[in-house]
Design a protein around this ligand. Sequence first.
Ligand code: DC
Length: 226
Amino acid sequence: MNAIPVITIDGPSGAGKGTVAQMLAARLDFHLLDSGAVYRAAALHALNSQADLADEASVVASLDTMKATFKPHSDGVQVFLNDRDVTASLRLETTAAAASQVAVMPRVRAAVLDEQRSFRKPPGLIADGRDMGTVVFPDATLKVFLSASVEVRAARRSKQLKDKGIETTMASLLQEIGARDERDSTREHAPLAAADDALIIDSSDSSVHEVVAEILAAIPTLNMAE
Ligand code: DC
């Protein structure tokens, strides 16, 4: 059993996982794994390599030439693909859609498993994703499943994108998020689902600070409650 503590935060896109994970990592001085960025990087690399995103073998073959580096950053994570900073392209909705497409492929999921587990280093890790508690870190110290209504999530995503200068409509966001939820939760391999032993939090009517406080209070051995 690995003694390094891991807190997993799984849930659908726009539930606030990223912000909550960053705040927890800063508060506990833990490492941070943004596993969505790992899938986004794999998808972007596949696209850049002209791989056929509908063909698992083609996507897996493209990963052979991928060298991804993830650097902690005040705004989450800075990502380099073969030494080129791709952080901005990674956040685009087109990249998110491509990530969701390659994330259904079991061989892609298997290929990024070790990379994700390598983030588990002392003093501890906050891991944000869809299957962190169910597949990647089943022995996590605390598993959280963070959700929110689709309308709240679309509104949050719209604000996030606007802050980055990216304009979009509410209707297209609702449609994209709905489609992504459907694909992420109905896929055969490691679907988006709460672990049996997860603490389930609905953040629709809560601030990030309230969610962070609830998680800190629930950490069993670290006793970090504010
Ligand atoms: O969290 P995100 O929006 O950056 O994730 C992008 C896509 O990657 C998402 O649609 C599903 C996939 N993903 C996954 O399948 N498993 C994870 N642990 C994280 C992300």
